[in-house]
Design a protein around this ligand. Structure first.
Ligand SMILES: [Zn+2]
Ligand SMILES: [Zn+2]
Length: 339
């Protein structure tokens, strides 16, 4: 089978790789049919992360199920499923406590598309093993467009959790999304609206993303001084100064969800945050429990991930497409099971 391999900075190519096999009665083999670029992927390709090549790329996809082990009960051949980015068993103490991101049945950070916690392959590949099929896979409801939810594996669900969790305890919330990553900021605008925000402002100096944010329901004509104005700030940026500005924009009792990945330690205005009694959350998103809700939001039209204007390309064109500065890229291949 073919896997999309990062060989070195800027070097991305399809290579032959051993086909994965069912390793246990709980596992499934799936074939990705709509794989999305995560906002992290271009940096992984460019060599701007701690993850060193070579490795198979991709950790967001909708796949068709090809084969399942004897104990798998929730999916069967031909089903379309969302494949979460994180490998997790669903049964250990961490998984049962809702922390699949810290699953102890697999090495720490075991995930698709990054060389961490073992070699699990990437979700752009032709064939992928899902070791805990019942715990991980989420079947798509009939009629849901695989392209619209290709990113439910990570970015789309991350945006939902980052907005809906703090908004659940804040009525009439004023929200600021600090953009800067390819898709997360715009998706967060949509999800903040879906979660009932009173208003959503979007801060970004990129005109293309500002336009997408406006179409997603944000206001981009902001006051010059944003300090202490917002109940929720979603920091979807890698710029430490933009994060800093977002933290200063928190009103008393506010919350900042930091979902842009910063590899360096940023400057945090901690004393000012202390005086305003605000909270900051940062962490990899345990997407699996939230994917069904995200499917509902997309199916009911309360969010439209295709508004981030993904470029859709056949798998052969993935190496060229994924290095372009696009908001989102979706790589597709034909189904081989009846659909
Ligand atoms: Zn990701
Ligand atoms: Zn576990």
């Amino acid at each position: 089978m073919r896997a999309l391999i990062v060989r070195g900075p800027g070097q991305l190519a399809w290579e032959q790789a051993p086909s994965p096999k069912l390793s246990s009665a709980r596992s499934a083999l799936v074939r990705p049919i709509a794989s999305a670029s995560c906002d992290l992927d271009r940096r992984l390709i460019a060599g701007l992360t701690p993850f060193k090549p070579p490795f198979a790329l991709g950790h967001e996809c909708v796949a068709e199920v090809l084969e399942v082990g004897g104990e798998v009960a929730s999916v069967r051949r031909g089903d379309l499923v969302s494949v979460p980015w994180k490998i997790a068993c669903g049964e250990c103490a961490q998984c049962r406590a809702g922390r699949g991101t810290a699953c102890t049945s697999v090495p720490r950070l075991a995930a698709y598309g990054v060389p961490a916690g073992g070699n699990w392959g990437g979700l752009f590949s032709e064939l992928v093993e899902v070791p805990f099929a019942d715990a991980m896979l989420v079947p798509l409801p009939p009629g849901l467009d695989p392209l619209a939810v290709a990113s439910a594996s990570d970015n789309l669900t991350d945006a939902w959790v980052a907005t809906s969790r703090p908004l659940a305890t804040r009525e009439n919330a004023r929200v600021l999304v600090v953009g800067g990553t390819e898709s997360l900021g715009v998706l967060a605008v949509q999800m903040a609206n879906a979660a009932g925000a009173a208003s959503v402002d979007y801060l970004d100096d990129n005109d293309y993303r500002r336009e997408l944010a406006v179409r997603s329901g944000a206001n981009v004509e902001l006051e010059p001084v944003l300090d202490e104005r917002y109940d929720l700030v979603v920091s979807a940026t890698r710029d430490p100064q933009a994060l800093h500005r977002g933290l200063l924009a928190l009103a008393p009792g506010g919350h900042c969800s930091c979902i842009g990945i910063l590899f360096e330690d940023p400057k945090i205005p901690l004393f000012g945050m202390y005086l305003r009694d605000v909270t900051l959350s940062v962490g990899v998103c345990n997407v699996r429990p939230h994917i069904p809700k995200v499917f509902d939001l997309v199916a009911s039209g309360r969010c439209d991930p295709l508004l981030v204007s993904p470029t859709v390309v056949p798998w052969q064109e993935a190496p060229e497409a994924l290095i372009q500065p696009l908001a989102k890229c979706i790589v597709v291949r034909e189904r081989i099971t009846a659909g």
